[in-house]
Design a protein around this ligand. Structure first.
Ligand code: PAF
Length: 280
């Protein structure tokens, strides 16, 4: 499988593929691929004629005290997984390719970028929007695939694509979980055994809200209280946020309606993880 290193190379591959009648699906990743990414690649292969997987640990979406340097890098295994799931090429640029000397252009999705994860990770969504815009401009895909686990990221990218009139459809795939409910994340490898056990509070908190809604409760206060009680039972867990918001605007809502996003984030030692559910 070919590994492309330049945006021009990706653009040429995309244009040649489309000339040959193949639509392009793009799966943007930071590598350290797991079964969640595999499901995105499969979804892309199911609906697009050619699939590009990008692997790029994007420095601009990490804060100064975050885990950029130690983020897991497993390039050879990632290429093997991507190929097995149906990818046709890997786009793995070096940092200087996407951020050439003197690069001064960033994409800021105002408002949304300061909510949920953006509140505790200032600048994070600016980095995400910027790199995804660069990838979409180079690959010109008909569809790009993202996991629902990063639900706030999805909201930011949907807004960006609509505002910039980028003709790519954003496809969102369901959260993939371990057998005990923990949402898959490349950062799960950081967890000690004790933290791994505590991290189950995330999916438990999400389920507590889902159970209430299944029984007819819709008030934000009740859902937030139920989730808070789950975290309170594990005093060493530091909650970042528990929120019920409109998925499009990320603004808090008073009751769960179709399209409401219930999202949680918490720290387990030095590792911050997230989880969510979207009500129908
Ligand atoms: O979700 C991710 O892995 C990253 O935020 C993304 C979309 C690949 C941008 O770097």
């Amino acid at each position: 499988m070919e590994i492309l290193r330049t945006a021009d190379g990706l653009r040429q591959w995309s244009r040649a593929s489309r000339k040959a009648g193949r639509s392009i699906g793009l799966v943007p990743t930071m590598g350290a691929l797991h079964a969640g990414h595999a499901s995105l690649i499969r979804a892309a292969a199911d609906s697009c004629g050619r699939v590009a997987v990008s692997i790029f640990v994007n420095p601009t979406q990490f804060g100064p005290n975050e885990d950029f340097a130690r983020y897991p890098r497993t390039f050879d295994a990632d290429c093997a997984l991507a190929q097995a799931e149906g990818a046709h090429i890997i786009f793995a640029p070096y940092v200087e390719e996407l951020y050439p000397d003197g690069a001064a252009t960033f994409v800021e999705v105002e408002g949304l970028s300061e909510r949920l994860d953006g509140k505790s990770r200032p600048g994070h969504f600016r980095g995400v929007a910027t790199v995804v815009a660069k990838l979409l401009i180079a690959a010109e895909p008909v569809r790009a695939f993202f996991g629902q686990k990063d639900a706030a990221q999805v909201a930011v990218l949907r807004r960006m694509v609509a505002d910039l009139r980028i003709g790519t459809e954003i496809v969102v795939c369901p959260i993939v979980r371990e057998h005990d409910g923990l949402a898959l994340s490349s950062r799960n490898v950081y967890l000690s055994a004790g933290e791994r056990a505590q991290a189950l509070t995330l999916s438990r908190a999400v389920r507590s809200a889902e159970d209430l809604v299944a029984h007819g409760e819709r008030s934000a206060t009740a859902l937030l209280e139920a989730a808070r009680a789950v975290f309170d039972a594990e005093p060493s867990v530091r909650v970042d946020y528990i929120e019920l918001v409109d998925w499009a605007t990320l603004e808090p809502v008073a009751s769960a309606v179709p399209g409401s996003l219930f999202a949680v984030a918490a720290w387990f030692g030095a590792t911050r993880l997230i989880d969510n559910t979207v009500f129908s």
